[in-house]
Ligand binder design. Structure first.
Ligand code: HEC
Length: 123
């Protein structure tokens, strides 16, 4: 009996471990669709109004070939790591003055974090 119970506990924990990332992914995809997908995809080489965000996490600004960036972006010298994305996605204009992304930012902290996690996986 004891063994059956502990097996059940292990299975339940394993279930939780698998369930957690799936939920985070879903939240990220949902928030990305809501806030970003009009202008961005996460598919390599597929630009819309904005550049493809495939592999953008951890990369310096302005690297997508064939996309015409503003000077403000191309010469910003920033890297899209966790810390910069957090400020950039909160208020793009304040974080990178003069950039041409016409977007007011994501006010909701949970959505912002979910989008950053989503971008991390988009590679
Ligand atoms: C209205 C269209 C639009 C929306 C909505 C939008 N963006 Fe952008 N985004 C752009 C444009 C245009 C650029 C290029 C900016 C420049 O060159 O100054 C850009 C640039 C970026 C960059 C820099 C990419 C690089 O290679 O340097 C990141 C990162 C980014 N956007 C993330 C996001 C995320 C995440 C969202 C949603 C939370 C979002 N954007 C919403 C249009 C948009």
């Amino acid at each position: 009996m004891k063994r059956i119970l502990s097996t059940a506990a292990v299975l339940a924990l394993a279930g939780l471990a698998f369930a957690a990332p799936a939920r985070a992914d879903e939240a990220g995809e949902k928030a990305f669709k809501k806030h970003c997908a009009t202008c961005h995809t996460v598919e390599a080489g597929k630009n819309r109004v904005g550049p493809s965000l495939h592999g953008v996490f951890g990369r310096p600004a302005g690297q997508v070939a064939g996309f015409k960036y503003s000077d403000a972006n191309a010469k910003s010298g920033v890297t899209f790591d966790e810390k910069f994305l957090e400020t950039y996605l909160t208020d793009p204009k304040a974080a990178m003055p003069g950039n041409k992304m016409v977007f007011n930012g994501v006010r909701n902290e949970n959505e912002r974090k979910a989008i950053i996690e989503y971008l991390k996986e988009a590679k």
